[in-house]
Design a protein around this ligand. Structure first.
Ligand code: HEM
Length: 145
């Protein structure tokens, strides 16, 4: 459940996020900081070091895909679980992604956003943003059993 104020805070953060810039950075950071996540991206080519990951166009493109999927959540904050039900099933059944990794990506995204926004990303805004991402993480894990 999100209040009207929380919805407007999340929409405000989202409006300032450039998907094409933040998406690649967030996914690259996950792959660098948590190298075991690389195992899911065997078709992406060279991920052997940070420079290779940051320069990898498949990582960049997929980072944009992931962040574009967040747009649906921002626009459906009253039904985050339903919004990500099919994507949860896909990551579980088809991709076999360990759902713990969703939290890691959410945290990396918050770090990238905080770095980019600086002091505009106040503790209150950050708390609401992370509450939203928590809902997305829970929703993405909801079809695992
Ligand atoms: C594919 C979203 C987290 C691994 C996808 C796709 C979307 C998506 C929209 C494309 C689905 C399609 O083709 O229909 C998300 C969101 C995440 C998330 C919103 C969290 C906020 C993760 C994490 C991992 C992961 C943490 C692994 C560590 C994959 C893989 C694919 C995929 C391997 C297929 C990539 C390919 O070969 O093209 N994800 N994802 N995802 N996701 Fe995620």
């Amino acid at each position: 459940e999100f209040t009207a104020n929380e919805k407007s805070i999340v929409s405000g953060v989202w409006a300032k996020i450039s998907v094409n810039e933040i998406g690649p950075q967030a996914l690259a950071r996950v792959l660098i900081v948590y190298p075991w996540t690389q195992r899911y991206f065997g078709s992406f080519g060279d991920l052997s070091n940070a420079a290779a990951i940051l320069g990898n166009s498949k990582v960049g493109n997929h980072g944009k895909v992931v962040l574009n999927a967040l747009d649906k959540g921002v626009k459906n904050m009253d039904n985050v679980k339903g919004t990500y039900a099919a994507l949860s099933k896909l990551h579980c059944v088809q991709l076999n992604v360990d759902p713990d990794n969703f939290r890691l990506l959410a945290d990396c995204l918050t770090i990238v956003v905080a770095t980019k926004f600086g002091s505009d990303f106040t503790p209150a805004i950050q708390a609401t943003w992370q509450k939203f991402l928590s809902a997305v993480v829970i929703a993405l894990g909801s079809q695992y059993f």
